[in-house]
Design a protein around this ligand. Sequence first.
Ligand SMILES: Cc1ncc(COP(=O)(O)O)c(C=O)c1O
Length: 459
Amino acid sequence: MQTIIEPFKIKMVEPIRFTTPQERADILRRAHYNPFHIHAEEVLIDLLTDSGTSAMSAAQWGAMMIADESYSGSRSFFKFEKVVREITGLRHIIPTHQGRAAEKILFSVMGGAGKIIPSNNHFDTTRGNIEYTGAEALDLVIDEGRIPSSQHPFKGNLDLAKLESLLDRAASQIPLGMLTVTNNTGGGQPVSMANIRAVSEALRRRGIPFFLDACRFAENAYFIKRREPGYADKTPLEIAQEMFSYCDGATFSGKKDGLSNIGGFLAVNDDALAEQARNLLILTEGFPTYGGLAARDLEALAIGIQEALEERYLDYRHACVEYFAQKLRAGGIQIVEPPGGHAIYLDARAFLPHLPVEQYPGQALVCALYETGGVRGVEIGSVMFGKRDPQTGAESYAQMDLVRLALPRRVYTQSHVDYLGEVILETYRRREEIGGLRFTYQAPILRHFTARFEPTASA
Ligand SMILES: Cc1ncc(COP(=O)(O)O)c(C=O)c1O
């Protein structure tokens, strides 16, 4: 059979509330043109994030009922630890309430002023946690990774020549190197096994530990299976195990390929680092066998992380994203090609060529999609990664202005995607009516979450 179907039946449903375009225009105004401020109830199809929004399986819900909520030494923790250890091969498995908590702990120990932490692209919370310690978060993704139309199969790869030259001049300042798999900031693009191996070797040759930001490790493993010679006959689990075999540690948000609504971990091999991390964990997250989570969350994670590696699930997941991409391509919409693992990224500069970067075309497009069809996406561009110089007030802008439409896992059906296609094409048809935005408020870090805007035309 040619049709890839959802490898599950739907057992429980949640109604969605319909709104009119006029209501949505009012809602947008009240939300200061930042969809993070919109109530989820006022969203028809929510593609704000694939993080923490998965539908859990009956097996996960069932396991939650038998969780052991003991403060220390919970049975649920040991189950979780065993599963994570089997996949990652890493020695110390430290649960955290989500990915950024693992980052905060890792960089509190290993970051600091004068240090540089290279990666393909750091995700915003990773960058925030690094910079908060005074260290520099350096993005070294390959050039193709910055070109939305490039068809490179592994656009998340790190540029090895740039890494070598950094190591030649600043190895002593680098406490660790990272790779984000898949590369969320760069379009959810995968990293090849060859690149993971080469980055690991380059760092380890200089005695520098190598970490994976492994939030979407299963989706990355699937791309390796589909695209990299030599991996077609391996299971996603075997591929994931090889990916982790090259690293000395990993941060993980269980809200993505953990198919759970909360949770994460920091996993490391180094005993001394693990001890320092656990001490910080106790300070901010909780005892090392629950790390800020209820044991039922650990149960859900232990199962979800295995379900995320099931090949039929990954076939279906990939087919969803590809089906969505085909609809947009057919309508002449420029997206980041080839589509990544968890989202479609619209090229907002190509969508709204009449808006200069100073008017935040990505944010303007996010708002327009909401107004047209109640669809919520997120800007991944100059709002998220640009900066205002605190001294001069001058703004800097990102290399690309994208709109990410992240697909929650196991949540929406094919007709939802058909509707999404219609909304985006309708927005494209009336693109010339879409105006720009300017900031009326921005926080000094991670400004996109709380920013407020107004239309430039209202001046
Ligand atoms: C690549 C990447 N790293 C880290 C994080 C942070 O994870 P969390 O949201 O669980 O803190 C995210 C979340 O979206 C992510 O996509």
